[in-house]
Design a protein around this ligand. Structure first.
Ligand SMILES: Cc1cc2nc3c(=O)[nH]c(=O)nc-3n(C[C@H](O)[C@H](O)[C@H](O)COP(=O)(O)O)c2cc1C
Length: 304
């Protein structure tokens, strides 16, 4: 018997638990010639802002021993262009689309979310709470529980779509922000975004990134992502969680599910192997069959 890999995260129903992470797969469309997007649980778009953004000056990516450091700076075409030019074509592929929402102010998050909700065609909104908050000197929204709550509560008022709060690990303890997000109306918590870091080039005696500081991702952060997932899962046992950070193989994805993730996202590994997420879907089925499980739900959270 083929095992059942469908998952429900509250009212968000997905054909399987494997997504591509925001910002690491473009808008999804760029990959449609190589990857059947309809086979993924969902495509999470790069984060969308109200106006188009050029992002940070180059160099804005640096390789690290077990991952990469990036400071893309939310380059995107803006939510209006996404709705007119990209979303209809993305929908034609059969993909389930989750739109990532970013902002420098609470009002920007609300306006972007409201446009997406009004237009229809997206299955959920993922709030990228790692954006720097203009009103607090650039501090990330997600590291402060009160700011997390403000953004989530304000967006909650604009839409009934499933709301995912994507949190930053840069606070140290994610649990208070996760709790604040859920109390303010988030349906799902996604963790983690990148960890702050710098990289130096001894040959030029310069920082490797033009903006000096970037976000670390890739295999180096997998144990940290798993730690936060495990902690939040115990703090919020009734909240569906999405695990992301360093997933580079079928086994990595299964580890996150064993630790309690309802779904997972593949990020940096897409740059190495764009077909990895679809291969994880099949690998998950094979694992469940080989071990005699009827559904992915049967292995969720068994390590705890
Ligand atoms: C180049 C790059 C761009 C990213 N852009 C976004 C983004 O636009 N929005 C967002 O929420 N996360 C963004 N992220 C973070 C990823 O979605 C993910 O949370 C993080 O990289 C950890 O997963 P990974 O180790 O599998 O890459 C980006 C990561 C990378 C490497």
């Amino acid at each position: 018997m083929t095992p059942d890999v469908q998952v429900s995260l509250g009212k968000l129903h997905l054909r399987n638990p494997v997504m591509v992470a925001a910002g690491t797969f473009g808008y999804g469309l760029e990959y449609r010639d190589w990857v059947d997007l309809a086979q993924l649980g969902a495509v999470v778009t790069k984060s969308l802002t109200l106006a188009p953004r050029m992002g940070n000056p180059p160099p804005r990516v640096a390789e690290t021993p077990a991952g990469m450091l990036n400071a893309i700076g939310l380059q995107n075409d803006g939510v209006d262009a996404f709705l007119v030019e990209t979303l209809p074509r993305l929908r034609e592929t059969g993909a389930t689309v989750i739109a990532s929402v970013a902002g420098e102010t609470v009002d920007e998050y609300v306006q972007v979310a409201a446009k997406l909700a009004r237009a229809g065609g997206v299955a959920a909104l993922e709030l990228n709470l790692s954006c720097p908050n203009q009103a607090r000197g650039g501090m990330e929204f997600g590291v402060q529980p009160d700011l997390t709550a403000q953004v989530v509560a304000a967006v909650r008022q604009t839409t009934d779509l499933p709301l995912i709060a994507k949190l930053s690990p840069n606070a140290g303890d994610i649990t208070p922000s996760a709790q604040a997000a859920v109390d303010a109306g988030a349906d799902i918590v996604c963790l983690i975004n990148t960890l702050l870091g710098v990289a130096v080039d001894p040959s030029t005696r310069q920082f490797r990134l033009a903006s000096k500081v970037g976000g670390l991702s890739g295999p180096a952060i997998k144990p940290i992502a798993q730690y936060h997932l495990w902690r939040v899962r115990h703090a919020l046992p009734d909240t569906p969680l999405i695990g992301v950070g360093g997933i580079s193989s079928v086994e990595d994805a299964i580890e996150f599910i064993l630790l309690g993730a309802h779904a997972i996202q593949v990020g940096t590994a897409n740059y190495v192997q764009p077909t990895l997420a679809t291969e994880i879907v099949q690998g998950l089925r094979d694992y469940l069959t080989a071990h005699g499980f009827e559904s992915v739900g049967a292995i969720r959270g068994v390590v705890g």
